[in-house]
Design a protein around this ligand. Structure first.
Ligand code: ADP
Ligand code: MG
Length: 287
């Protein structure tokens, strides 16, 4: 499981109409099957980073690229988006923007992506059925995607991408528009996909979830990787987060306040469970 699936080398990108911003990634390797969380403030370059994995940068954007991004043996700049889309799938914030609108119902919408890849009708039906079951959309299969809740629509969007069986799934703030219940649904789904061995790149501000699911967190700001590390290491570092215009989790902030009051010297907890354990051991009267 130590195989590299995504590799950046001396990569630089700037949009031709934007002199201020440059994405600059000297060296980055992402392991096959790992679940990587991407965090950073607005404008940091998270979406551009996702585009660079997908090949949207440089193929569909105007700008200048240096260095390379490799997806296994494929170098993105020398490959076509059609080939790359079978390796990498991208889910964006707004599920509606990802709907083709060509399908009358969920089944057809999911099948749409397959049509451009030359599968027989029978193969298509089989693949769509499998993915609908996997994602838990069975009862919605014959409904119009436009009648569904935001969470269900995002599931349809994810299904239309997964049906192509990409090895890498890149999700760029996919729960940004969703309510807490739908958000939970999406994170539960990606947790399942991780178990199946997919490599997942997940951009989000939902630190609680990232902390639970990720093997590694990459903090991006001003187009650069500021820090890469274990979720507990990154999320407990309140000063690192605040220096990069990010707020820590409520539970972590509690420990910072305890420290300020002279009542805490240990590391800050990054989950409710951890905090309960730490607090009980430190303050026995809490039992
Ligand atoms: N197509 C584009 N052309 C020019 N500048 C862009 C384009 N897309 C994004 N930018 C700029 O690049 C920077 C990084 O944007 P982005 O990758 O979307 O950041 P994030 O996703 O972290 O908010 C921002 O300053 C943004 O305004
Ligand atoms: Mg973005």
């Amino acid at each position: 499981m130590n195989q590299t699936i995504i590799e950046f080398n001396n990569f630089k990108w700037h949009y031709s109409n934007n002199r201020k911003f440059r994405l600059d990634i000297q060296e980055l390797k992402i392991r096959k099957g790992s679940f990587v969380g991407i965090i950073g403030p607005t404008g940091a370059g998270k979406t551009t980073f996702c585009y660079s994995i997908m090949g949207v940068v440089p193929h569909l954007q105007n700008g200048k690229m240096e260095g390379s991004v490799r997806i296994e043996e494929i170098e993105t700049k020398n490959s076509s988006l059609n080939v790359l889309s079978q390796k990498v799938g991208l889910v964006v914030q707004n599920p509606l923007s990802q709907m083709s609108g060509a399908g009358l119902n969920v089944e057809e919408e999911i099948a749409f992506g397959l049509e451009n890849h030359g599968y027989s009708r029978q193969e298509m039906i089989k693949k769509v059925k499998k993915i609908i079951e996997l994602i838990g959309l069975k009862e919605y299969a014959r409904r119009s995607p436009f009648e569904l809740s935001g969470g269900q629509q995002q599931k349809v969007a994810i299904a239309s991408i997964l049906v192509l069986e990409p090895e890498i799934l890149v999700l760029d703030e996919p729960t940004g528009y969703l309510d807490p219940l739908s958000t939970d649904m999406i994170f539960t789904l990606v947790k399942e996909l991780k178990k199946q061995g997919k490599t997942i790149i997940f951009v989000s501000h939902k630190f609680e979830y990232l902390n639970e699911l990720c093997d590694e967190i990459i903090l991006i700001n001003k187009g650069k990787i500021i820090k890469k590390g274990a979720p507990t290491e990154i999320f407990s570092d309140i000063s690192l987060l605040s220096k990069n215009n990010l707020g820590a989790m409520d539970v972590t902030n509690l420990f910072a306040r305890l420290k300020k009051a002279g009542k805490w010297k240990k590391r800050f907890a990054v989950s409710v469970e951890e905090s309960e354990k730490e607090l009980r051991s430190e303050f026995p009267w809490m039992r």
